[in-house]
Design a protein around this ligand. Structure first.
Ligand code: SAT
Ligand code: MN
Length: 607
């Protein structure tokens, strides 16, 4: 092999042989102009930010410290599910909900794309750890990327740099396993060629190799496609690790609810992207005496503790939240988090005095620079911010962060919520009959598609446990893993499972439930159910409160609306049955028979 002298390649701050070999292999394949090993220091961050300003990728904001505005290429604004692949050795292990290509074929194709793809660029080596650094079994990764924006964002979203790299070699000298995660924007520069602010490629691949725990991403700079610790590692590869090691990797927020008696309850909740997970995670309860604290807004890793309870940790270190709709009314705690600065905003609008604005934010600016970098006025017929525009901000800035957020042990979960965005059919809240029935609810949950993924907004799709785009293996096996998780546990110690829908509408299409801070009323009922204190009606789909079972004191909505949000209409549910059957048929014979039994039982209860 010829030794290639790439400046910086030999500056490795680790002796980990696997890291050294892999970084060298990728440098020789992608031929960057230089290699930078990232240490995560403040000096490094300042240097990278100023390089991004220089490149035109970042515009410094004037309304908050150390914060930046970025506008992506207009074609690179969301996750690309059709270009996302689970490359297991056998197609049947990826299952019918994933795109599949044989790993050898994918490797061959992508190796050719990667060859020379970092020419003219810097290759950054970003060591990171998902979950608390003090964990006994830290989940490590190295992301190699040629986009400084990714480095800046990974520093916010993960525990990265020297502190993570330290964990690669255990105290006894053994080299720990890590997930190699390769990212390139796929836009090599010819000598003298001027770079664009947001390099990307029309050809995109977001590939996962579950058996070898590898991630290869090409062509996109957008968060979910490029911040590989997030969905790619923590969910797609994470779900495979969880299956093999006996835990759960889930698309869930983690919330701590504190009752007037000062008792804490931890709740994990799964909603599809852009369905209000961050708002619920940072809930400001409207009912007197109740408080909430945040532990995470997107991902939960859950495993059983020695006491037999299910404990959750958030593998992330920052929030990558949807900006539009966020304001002082819907999510004051997010606004306070963002005010502190240290935030990257992507695809929001820029105000004339150097601040940020998006649809749903207070104020009526007369003129803006839109996410497409065009003049925008209230007369413009396009939104000023892209509907999937995002803020990337440190969790530590959240004013209601729970003090135990970084505890490697995690927090014991009392309730799991599944929820989607449905205009009809699904009541505001339903308690499952037991774990297995709760798994059925999660496995059959449905939602109207949002702007977080490319595709048609509004159409209803099944999104099991909000994991449809994030499963690293066969959905039927995933359901079995959930059923088995319950079987191996002490039923009394398992979290109770609930199905919620904040988005039901009346005949005139208006929302029946006010949502946001008022969701604390639903959480209060859930806590009271756990304590055996609240009433509910047993319906064919599970236990549902009547309007009078909820604390509605001070709500301005008429009680009829609340009742309508809670109604179980058997005729609507009978229409749902063929859709669930079709969904199970799509998953095929790996659907656990227990879930088919649940479906039969539901059918017979509906009559
Ligand atoms: O784009 S991300 O996948 O990072 C966020 C989301 O869709 O939930
Ligand atoms: Mn998400």
């Amino acid at each position: 092999m010829t030794a290639v002298a790439i400046p910086g390649l030999d500056k490795a701050p680790t002796s980990h042989s696997g890291v050294l070999a892999w970084v060298r292999e990728i440098a020789e394949l992608t031929t960057p102009d230089r290699v930078v090993w990232c240490d995560g220091s403040d000096e490094e961050a300042a240097r990278i930010n100023s390089e991004l300003v220089e490149a035109g990728t970042f515009v410094p904001l004037k309304d908050r410290p150390n914060s930046f505005w970025a506008a992506s290429d207009p074609s690179d604004v969301a996750r690309v599910e059709e270009r996302t692949f689970i490359c297991s050795e056998r197609e049947e292990d990826a299952g019918p909900t994933n795109n599949w290509l044989h790993p050898a074929e994918m490797r061959a194709t992508m190796t050719e794309l990667y060859r020379g793809c970092m020419r003219g660029r810097t290759m950054y080596v970003v060591p990171f750890c998902m979950g608390p650094l003090g964990s006994d079994d830290p989940k490590l990764g190295i992301e190699i990327t040629d986009f400084a924006y990714v480095v800046a964002s990974m520093r916010v979203m993960t525990r990265m740099g020297a502190q993570a790299l330290e964990k690669f070699v255990a105290e006894d000298g053994t080299e720990r396993a890590f997930v190699p995660a390769l990212h390139s924007v796929g836009k090599p520069l010819e000598p003298g060629e001027k770079d664009v602010p947001w390099p990307c490629n029309d050809v995109k691949y977001i590939s996962h190799f579950p058996e070898t725990r590898q991630i290869w991403s090409y062509g996109s700079g957008y968060g979910g496609n490029s911040l590989l610790g997030k969905k790619c590692y923590s969910l797609r590869i994470g779900s495979v690790l969880a299956r093999d090691e006996g835990w759960l990797a889930e698309h869930m927020l983690i919330l701590k609810l504190i009752s007037p008696e000062n008792k804490a309850y931890y709740v994990a909740a799964a909603f599809p992207s852009a369905c209000g997970k961050t708002n619920l995670a940072m809930l400001q309860p409207t009912i007197p005496g109740w408080r909430a604290e945040t532990l995470g807004d997107d991902i939960a890793w859950m495993r059983f503790g020695e006491d037999g309870r299910l404990y959750a940790v958030n593998p992330e270190f920052g929030f990558f939240g949807v900006a539009p709709g966020t304001d002082w009314h819907t999510n004051p705690n997010a606004m306070r988090t963002l005010e502190k600065g240290n935030t990257v905003f992507t695809n929001v609008a820029l105000t004339d005095d150097g601040g940020v604005w998006w649809e749903g934010m207070n104020g009526k600016p007369e003129h803006l620079t839109s996410w497409k970098k065009q003049d925008w006025t209230p007369e413009s017929d396009e939104p000023a911010a892209h509907p999937n525009s995002r803020y990337c901000t440190p969790m530590s800035q959240c004013p209601i962060l729970a003090p135990e957020w970084d505890d490697p042990k995690g927090v014991p979960i009392s309730a799991i919520l599944f929820g989607g965005r449905r205009a009809t059919t699904v009541p505001l809240v339903t308690q499952s009959r037991d774990w297995q029935h709760g798994v059925f609810m999660g496995a059959t949950m449905s939602s109207e598609k949002t702007a977080a993924a490319a595709g048609k907004v509004g159409e209803v799709r099944r999104d099991p446990m909000a994991m449809l785009p994030f499963l690293g293996y066969h959905a039927g096996d995933y359901f079995r893993h959930w059923i088995d998780t319950g079987k191996h546990a002490d039923a009394a110690k398992l979290p109770k499972i609930f199905y919620v829908n904040w988005f039901r509408r009346g005949e005139d299409k208006r929302f029946l439930w006010p949502g946001f801070g008022e969701n604390s009323r639903v959480l209060k009922w859930i806590v009271e159910r756990i304590e055996g204190k609240a009433s509910a009606v047993e319906t064919p789909i599970g236990f549902v409160p009547r309007a009078e079972d909820l604390d509605t004191a001070g709500l301005s909505e008429p009680l009829e609306d609340i009742q309508a949000a809670l109604d179980v209409k058997p005729e609507e549910w009978r229409q749902e049955i063929p859709l669930i059957e079709e969904w199970f048929d799509k998953i095929g014979d790996r659907v656990p028979s227990t879930l088919r039994d649940e479906l039969d039982a539901l059918k017979s209860r509906l009559g």
